[in-house]
Design a protein around this ligand. Structure first.
Ligand SMILES: O=C(O)c1cc(C(=O)O)c2c(n1)C(=O)C(=O)c1cc(C(=O)O)[nH]c1-2
Length: 240
């Protein structure tokens, strides 16, 4: 008789190992993309920064639609209550102008007028494809897989902190007030991943399922990486 090993049986990871496996994907995060590395070390020109801000805006305005798709697929009231906060974080609600507005201020701080940013005229085809793939994934996948795909936020606080630490000295021409978006996201990303991990650990139980979660995370990492590739190609960050 064949042993379990020979038929490909793999034992499920315990929670700590599963989380370690998710965290190990940090090496694919767009923080390591050459364009981001140059943004961080201060070598981008104002036009290159503007190109990134104008294109990332498409991600910002799509996130609430992505979150609404997850909400629409989720039959659990308790989860919906918590998930709704994500939409409000970005769209705003009473007393909170929201993340999309904060990104608009960032746009103004780098020299992109509001109407130009909102026209989406600078959004590149590759960025559109990547972001739309993320929204479509959330529409079509089981809601728990949609939740899992948001787990790139595990790695986001560091990228926001890096920008807050380096932009004022590297890009003094950007008004400091424009960096508010990055500051605002640090506690929100931490809250989001706590919930995202809770759902992921509860849903992806067997080893095959756990491996599926890693695949979903990789898909999302690739969305972010592809956005950077498209931006890098168009704005020439790598060609100097
Ligand atoms: O600036 C970044 O590099 C970055 C990355 C990510 C991410 O890792 O998906 C998000 C954000 N920012 C962000 O600001 C944000 O609100 C956000 C929501 C989500 C998500 O998947 O639901 N990711 C991210």
């Amino acid at each position: 008789m064949m042993s379990r090993q020979e038929v490909g049986f793999q034992p499920r990871w315990d929670k700590a190992t599963f989380v370690d496996q998710l965290m190990a994907n940090e090496k694919y995060y767009h923080i390591h993309h050459p364009f981001n590395v140059r943004m961080q070390d201060g070598s981008l020109t104002p036009d290159q920064i503007r190109g990134w801000v104008a294109n990332r805006f498409y991600y910002q305005i799509s996130i609430p639609q992505k979150d609404a798709a997850i909400l629409a697929n989720c039959p659990d009231r308790e989860t919906r209550r918590r998930w709704l906060l994500r939409i409000q974080d970005h769209d705003g609600c009473d007393g909170n102008a929201g993340g999309i507005e904060a990104w608009t201020r960032l746009g103004e701080a780098v020299g992109i007028p509001r109407s130009e940013l909102w026209s989406l005229k600078h959004v590149l085809p590759g960025v559109r494809f990547a972001v739309d793939a993320y929204v479509n994934f959330a529409r079509q996948a089981p809601w728990q897989e949609g939740v899992c795909s948001s787990l790139t936020e595990l790695f986001a606080p560091k990228i926001h902190k890096d920008r807050l630490a380096s932009w004022p000295k590297n890009y003094p021409w950007i008004e400091a007030e424009g960096l508010h978006y990055f500051r605002s996201r640090i506690p929100l990303a931490q809250r989001d991943v706590e919930h995202g991990l809770q759902v992921t650990l509860a849903y992806f139980q067997g080893r095959e399922q756990q491996e599926r979660a890693l695949e979903i995370l990789r898909f999302k990492l690739n969305v972010l990486w592809s956005m950077m590739d498209a931006i890098d190609l168009a704005y020439g960050g790598g060609n100097e």
